[in-house]
Design a binder for this molecule. Structure first.
Ligand code: SAH
Length: 396
């Protein structure tokens, strides 16, 4: 096995169990490691600290599989890690009986670059690192064995793969092709999930608890849902008794899927729902100019800042939508606002939202702080795993 030797002092982050080793920390590689190969990680003074997956093209030159130098990285390793990830979820009552959930959350489950979401008896696997790519078969086999699921579809098409020198790869890895789209149930609402062409693995599972909270808040309110995708928040609002729901997204296919979702739930009154295919930034201005008002507004935009380098531009975009969000609220209204940008921390996000409230001349209070659901855990050693943050603010 090749050895990765760290520069003097650069073992510190490995000793703190951070799973990423950047190119700048590497003194040299002894041996001929290729993309995805397992390398032994050693400090400058020769202490072996663990094993990781080598990625010659990525700035993250190695992602640590194990901080135990004695642990072998083989099929059994992936079986163990996957079994642990499943056991953690099985121990959480809020996940009990769920058929749509994230089973493996990458670094935070000790499996860098490996995402696995379950939708009924179909698993969707997204591999984004050279190491994950190398062990695809072992990972898929372990997941099938541990879950008993009938099918595995691979959705390895995240932009991240380019940084690892990997091409996109999508297709069935195991089982017969099912009737698509799949249909799941969430908080009493049926939703189709397009695992082939939808975002991420097809559905934003991370917002599950937050959609449920919205359902509780929606009764009797006029709701505006911005960046609605396939209508997750919109349908929960209707299910919770909203008197009207206007949903906005710029994606035609997402809105078609949203319409299908509404039709899948005949108990919801389609007369209360309006869908608008347009740009949120300009539509918020148009609604404000027309004097429209809402009691509850959801802002769940895409990732404006994938990394801290994009933070400044992203901050302006967040400020803009939140400013209009506050302007469009009635006194007593509620803003549910999110950022899924890894490059924007919660402190900065809160500052942006506070600035937006000030500029909108409203007094607002945080009544809840939100994050991803418990099947998207954040390993304390890996704060980068915390991407989704939300604030629920009450105005007046
Ligand atoms: N809230 C959704 C997930 C939102 S994902 C859920 O719970 O399922 C972000 C959505 O924003 C995507 O559907 C994307 O099509 C949409 N989007 C991105 N930029 C946009 C823009 N400028 N205006 C309107 N929609 C936009």
């Amino acid at each position: 096995m090749s050895q990765l030797i760290l520069k003097p002092g650069r073992e510190r982050s490995v000793l703190r169990r951070h799973p990423w080793i950047f190119d700048g920390a590497v003194e040299r590689i002894v041996g001929r490691a290729k993309s995805g190969d397992t390398v032994e990680i050693a400090s400058a003074d020769g202490r072996v600290l663990g094993k990781g997956a080598f990625s010659p093209e990525s700035r993250i030159r190695t992602r640590v599989w194990s901080f135990d130098p004695a642990e072998t990285i083989d099929d059994a390793f992936f079986k163990r890690r996957i079994a642990q990830a499943l056991a953690r979820r099985a121990a959480l009552p809020d996940l009990a009986g769920r058929q749509a959930l994230r089973l493996v959350h990458a670094e935070s489950d000790g499996l860098p670059g490996v995402i696995c979401d379950r939708y009924g008896d179909t698993l969707v696997l997204a591999l984004s690192s050279a190491g994950a790519e190398k062990w695809r078969d072992a990972i898929a086999a372990a997941l099938i064995k541990a879950t008993g699921c009938a099918r595995v579809y691979e959705r390895s098409d995240a932009d991240l793969r380019t940084l690892e020198g990997l091409l996109p790869r999508c297709g069935w890895l195991h089982g017969d092709e099912p009737v698509l789209p799949l249909v799941i149930e969430e908080s009493g609402v049926r939703m189709e999930v397009d695992i082939v062409a939808g975002h991420k693995t097809g559905f934003y599972l991370d917002q599950r608890d937050n959609r449920q909270l919205l359902k509780q808040l929606a009764c009797g309110r006029r709701v505006l849902n911005c960046f609605c995708y396939t209508g997750g928040f919109s349908l929960q609002a209707l299910s919770g008794g909203a008197v009207s729901v206007l949903s906005i997204d710029s994606s035609g296919p997402a809105l078609t899927s949203a319409a299908n979702n509404l039709a899948l739930n005949p108990e919801l009154d389609p007369g209360l729902a309006q869908w608008r295919e347009t740009d949120v930034f300009s539509e918020l201005r148009a609604l404000a100019a027309a004097g429209e008002k809402y009691d509850l507004i959801v802002l769940d935009p895409p990732k404006f800042a994938p990394s801290p380098a994009h933070a400044e531009r992203a901050a302006r975009a967040y400020k803009d939508i939140n400013l209009y969000g506050f302007r469009l609220l009635c006194p007593g209204g509620i803003l549910m606002t999110y950022s899924c940008s890894g490059g924007i921390g919660i402190e900065l996000f809160q500052k942006i939202v506070a600035g937006a409230a000030q500029d909108a001349h409203v007094e607002a209070r945080i009544i809840r702080r939100l994050s991803a659901a418990s099947d998207h855990p954040v390993l304390l050693d890996f704060p980068e795993g915390e991407y989704l943050k939300g604030l629920v603010c009450q105005v007046g």
